[in-house]
Design a protein around this ligand. Structure first.
Ligand SMILES: [Zn+2]
Ligand SMILES: [Zn+2]
Length: 255
């Protein structure tokens, strides 16, 4: 039938790929969960149609009177994507957009608001991110004053500065340097330069919520940091724990 069609100067073939080729879907179980993979049923026929289709595209550019049109009808999304790629059919704007988004998820480095390390969206899995999810309190103050981790490290940095510039205050500052504790795990906030952030929780990396897609990624804005630290500040469980600490401390008679 294809040969007959080729006899004419002007012809058109319409391929119904869904019924001609068909798609096989198979599910497979792995440690990562269930994944579905699709494959072409009639491989030989598929190769035949794609090569015929490519020929048709070339021949329509011909200046002669020969017009050989090929039309493919596809419903299956997997088959549509595969076929368009294999015959190098120009992408629509939406497909181009989707392709870019997919590329971004595969390659773009995003800075995490929780651990401040880089991550890639498609490889972001449970347990990749180590962080503290609570606020910081000053264990030496009577009020057990609450701070965000950023505020605490700013104060510790200032202490370090003063220690060098006012050597007479060194001992006093030295005694206070371990005063900031994380409410989530009671670990001490380190002032030592170069100590990695670390944390008591493991989870997924997170990016800041920003309306501007370009801005959200590589640069960690103050807004994004504030957003995360506010979540930590307002954590109900930890505020409860902090009130308990405060009550117990007051009972001890230090007031
Ligand atoms: Zn913690
Ligand atoms: Zn992270």
């Amino acid at each position: 039938r294809y040969d007959e069609c080729m006899e004419y100067k002007r012809s058109m073939i319409i391929y119904d790929l869904d019924s001609l080729i068909g798609v096989n879907q198979s599910e497979s179980q792995s440690s990562m969960g269930t994944s579905t993979s699709s494959s072409v049923v009639h491989q030989a026929l598929y190769i035949y149609v794609t090569s015929r289709f490519r020929e048709a595209v070339i021949e329509t550019n011909n200046k002669s009177n020969v017009e050989k049109w090929s039309i493919a009808v596809v419903r299956d999304p997997f088959l549509l994507k595969k076929f368009s790629q294999d015959v190098e059919f120009p992408k629509t704007d939406r497909e181009e957009e989707e392709y870019k988004e997919e590329q971004r998820k595969e390659k773009e480095l995003i800075k995490c608001i929780k651990c401040r390390d880089f991550f890639i969206e498609n490889e972001n899995k449970m347990g990749n991110c180590t962080y503290h999810d609570g606020f910081v309190y000053d264990n030496l103050s009577l009020e057990l004053t609450k701070y965000t981790p950023s505020m605490a490290s700013e104060i510790l940095n200032l202490d370090e500065f003063e220690m060098i510039h006012y050597p007479q205050r060194k001992d006093e500052i030295d005694r206070r340097k371990g005063r900031f504790k994380y409410i989530c795990c009671d670990s001490t906030v380190q002032s030592t330069i170069g100590s990695s952030a670390g944390g008591c929780k493991k989870g997924k990396h997170a990016m800041g919520v920003s309306s501007n897609k370009q801005k959200r990624s590589r640069m960690l804005t103050k807004d994004a940091i504030d957003q995360w630290e506010n979540v930590c500040m307002e954590n109900d469980e930890y505020n409860e724990r902090w009130s308990q600490l405060f009550t117990n401390r007051s009972k001890g008679g230090f007031k």
